[in-house]
Design a protein around this ligand. Structure first.
Ligand SMILES: NC(=O)c1ccc[n+]([C@@H]2O[C@H](COP(=O)([O-])OP(=O)(O)OC[C@H]3O[C@@H](n4cnc5c(N)ncnc54)[C@H](O)[C@@H]3O)[C@@H](O)[C@H]2O)c1
Length: 266
């Protein structure tokens, strides 16, 4: 049974990685999908591969850091289908080497990372909510990160922005829940997307893997399935939540791996 049959979904940041997986899974679940991205060629390829698989998808070029562009993305989706039921605000990222510790971080990078990661989600919520209200409600899913929950040696701007996404999610859920708009977030651990493979070196990926309870790192589909579930009516009583999808990395004590290597029985 197609869980998203009849629904119109925008996936913002769907050309690669997690967004592409989500768009593909949502289409498989029966949604008509708008693939939004600033990489037109890759967005077109994602939409084409969804259509090749028997799904319905169209791509729209947009820039998540521009409020006008986000507004236009949503307006174009509404123009095409008359409604928007699902919005996945998935654009986000950081600038390795510049987004470092709080003393040394590049303030230009701080601004850009917040704009790309937090403002983009806020624009997506701000402009899709009025459209969703016109047809009786909808579901928003924001991509947060475990970086928004824990502390780290660097990535200060990214962590603060993702913590902001988690908070934004609760505020939207609180403000519009009574009008049938649910808003949830997903917080991935390391997911081996093209982008992650560019910025996370293999030895570092191995460290992540060792700390997972599930014996591997995450795949884009691991997130896509959770986003599709949160967007579906099966999640009708879930709102304001951030669902951690990290293979269990964050549920155990930080000493577990070192203790295990020492062969200590605890
Ligand atoms: N991969 C991971 O390990 C991981 C972990 C935690 C959170 N996340 C988050 O998941 C989301 C997706 O990450 P990903 O690993 O798939 O990376 P990604 O960089 O491939 O995904 C981002 C998508 O957004 C698009 N995009 C980037 N800037 C844009 C802009 N200004 N306007 C429109 N589109 C833009 C990219 O082309 C891409 O398709 C991000 O928010 C990221 O912070 C990823």
């Amino acid at each position: 049974m197609a869980r998203l049959a009849g629904k119109v979904a925008i996936v913002a940041g769907a050309a690669f990685g997690i967004g592409r997986a989500t768009a593909t899974i949502m289409a498989r679940e029966g949604a008509r999908v708008i693939v939004g991205d600033y990489d037109a060629e890759a967005a077109a390829a994602t939409a084409e591969s969804i259509r090749d698989g028997g799904g319905e998808a169209h791509w729209i070029h947009f820039d998540a850091t521009s409020e006008d562009s986000v507004r236009e993305l949503i307006a174009k989706a509404r123009e095409r289908y008359g409604r928007v039921d699902i919005m996945h605000n998935n654009v986000g990222g950081t600038e390795p080497g510049k987004d470092v510790n709080v003393v040394e971080l590049d303030l230009g990078a701080w601004d850009r990372v917040l704009r790309l990661t937090l403002y983009s989600a806020m624009y997506g919520c701000r402009h899709v909510i009025p459209v969703m209200l016109q047809t009786g409600g909808g579901a928003i899913v924001n991509t947060a990160s475990m970086s928004g929950v824990i502390g780290d040696a660097g990535l200060t701007a990214y962590g603060a922005a993702k913590a902001g996404v988690i908070s934004l999610t609760r505020y939207v859920a609180t403000q519009y829940g009574r009008r049938n708009i649910r808003c949830n977030a997903v917080a991935p651990g390391l997911i081996t997307t093209e982008r992650a493979n560019e910025v996370v070196a293999p030895p570092v990926q191995k460290i992540f893997e060792e700390h997972n309870l599930v014996p591997r790192n995450g795949r884009p589909e691991d997130i896509g399935h959770v986003v599709a579930f949160l967007a579906s009516d099966e999640a009708a009583f879930i709102t304001g939540q951030t669902i951690t999808v990290d293979g269990g990395a964050s549920v155990h004590g930080p000493t577990l791996v070192d203790m295990t290597k020492l062969g200590l029985k605890i």
